[in-house]
Design a binder for this molecule. Structure first.
Ligand SMILES: [Zn+2]
Length: 197
């Protein structure tokens, strides 16, 4: 297969280069010509057993709740939970304020713990995930097909597609730098098989 730039025949397929089936020029990284990565089936993915980290709101509820309870304990220990000053209404208000501090603290702690326990990893609808996976799978199949047809010039170096290998009406591609190879494969797959499922 002649290189579109130098016209030489010192070429190999991307697979041959990737699998080191041919002698490579010094300094070549075959990983540059790796096949497109296969998508992972979401049905085979396992969710981590641990809960996701708590969010800022849950953390704030727990901290403020703990502070209020600690404040209440401190007041209680210091004998500030009630007062002898003022009339009965004032004293009742003081005691109520003291009690509200405790209740609010406990409420925030309960809310924070409940918020933490209810946290789940965000998981999509299994049907949607499967649909997306089928789409990714189809894209992957097209790219893998294109990858199988990629040729590499070992002298230039670069990758190219010969005339008609992807589709009968496709002319030969120009030589493209190896750094652009994955993008080239993706683009050619879209162009050659656009509309195909
Ligand atoms: Zn060449």
């Amino acid at each position: 297969m002649a290189c579109p730039t130098c016209g030489g025949e010192n070429t190999a397929t991307a697979r041959q280069v990737y699998e080191r089936a041919v002698a490579l020029p010094a300094g070549w990284d075959p990983a540059l010509l790796a096949p497109p990565p296969a998508p992972v089936d979401p049905a085979t993915l396992e969710l981590p057993a641990a809960r996701p980290p708590m969010n800022g709101r849950t953390r704030a509820m727990l901290i403020i709740g703990a502070l209020l309870v600690a404040y209440w304990v401190f007041d209680e220990a210091a004998g500030l939970g009630s007062t002898d000053v003022g009339d009965q209404t004032y004293q009742a208000g003081w005691a109520l304020g003291h009690l509200i501090k405790l209740l609010a603290g406990i409420g925030l702690l309960i809310g924070g713990v409940a918020g933490y326990r209810n946290r789940r990893w965000a998981v999509g609808d299994p049907a949607d995930l499967q649909h997306l996976h089928l789409h990714n799978r189809a894209v992957y199949t097209r790219r893998a097909q294109v990858w199988e047809h990629a040729q590499v010039c070992l002298d230039c170096p670069g990758a190219f597609f010969a005339a008609g290998v992807l589709r009968p009406d496709f002319p030969a591609s120009p030589l493209i730098g190896l750094g652009q190879f994955p993008v080239m494969v993706a683009t050619m797959a879209d162009r050659a098989f656009a509309g195909a499922a």
